[in-house]
Design a protein around this ligand. Structure first.
Ligand SMILES: CC(C)(COP(=O)(O)OP(=O)(O)OC[C@H]1O[C@@H](n2cnc3c(N)ncnc32)[C@H](O)[C@@H]1OP(=O)(O)O)[C@@H](O)C(=O)NCCC(=O)NCCS
Length: 157
């Protein structure tokens, strides 16, 4: 009964899984409302069909509410982008999505994962710290806003 009411109200427990090329438009929509420079559907589609790109999604029913994308090269991975749709932020969804993604990367033999994060992006920095990333460098003036980027690394395995 509770499940039925929750479903009618649209409050389904999000589910996490692999993202596929058919998710390109939905990922582009979440990306567009999450970053100053959104990536178009075509750009995302091109990434999703690359053999060395790994992608996961968070779904609420049939609605894509979050994603994460990485590219693997020479045993290392770079997280290219991660976002949760604005209405779903602050509900600890990014953590399990990132966890699933890291486990998949480890399973593919990736030894280390890198990413760049805006020094001023407190939620993202907390997310990565909690997931065991540590700072290994800084890039001054990396973003259009002039903000510096932190380079973070997490070793897997
Ligand atoms: C970063 C992002 C993916 C986190 O997703 P989320 O599901 O909302 O994450 P959580 O709810 O687990 O929150 C992450 C942490 O930030 C904290 N947080 C949330 N909002 C915050 C805020 N406005 N200021 C400071 N900390 C905040 C949470 O308390 C949590 O920390 P904790 O685990 O120590 O309690 C999401 O905010 C997002 O999509 N942002 C826009 C895109 C982006 O910046 N991506 C990262 C690029 S590197």
């Amino acid at each position: 009964m509770i499940k039925l009411v929750a479903r009618l109200l649209g409050h389904r427990k999000p589910a996490f899984g692999e993202a596929r090329p058919v998710d390109a438009a939905a990922i582009a929509a979440v990306h567009g409302v999450s970053f100053q420079r959104g990536w178009g559907e075509d750009e995302i589609h091109r990434l999703l069909i690359e053999r060395n790109v790994v992608a996961h999604r968070a779904m609420s029913g049939r609605t894509l509410i979050g994603f994460i994308l990485s590219r693997i090269a020479a045993g290392e991975a770079e997280i290219l982008s991660v976002a949760i749709a604005p209405a779903w932020r602050g509900r600890a969804l990014a953590g399990p999505l990132l966890d699933l993604h890291l486990r998949r990367l480890a399973g593919l033999g990736v030894g280390s994962v890198f990413l760049e994060v805006d020094k001023q992006n407190a939620p993202a920095r907390r997310l990565y710290r909690r997931a065991g990333f540590r700072e290994v460098g800084q890039r001054q003036g990396y973003y259009q806003s002039g903000a510096a980027a932190l380079v973070l690394r997490r070793d897997l395995g």
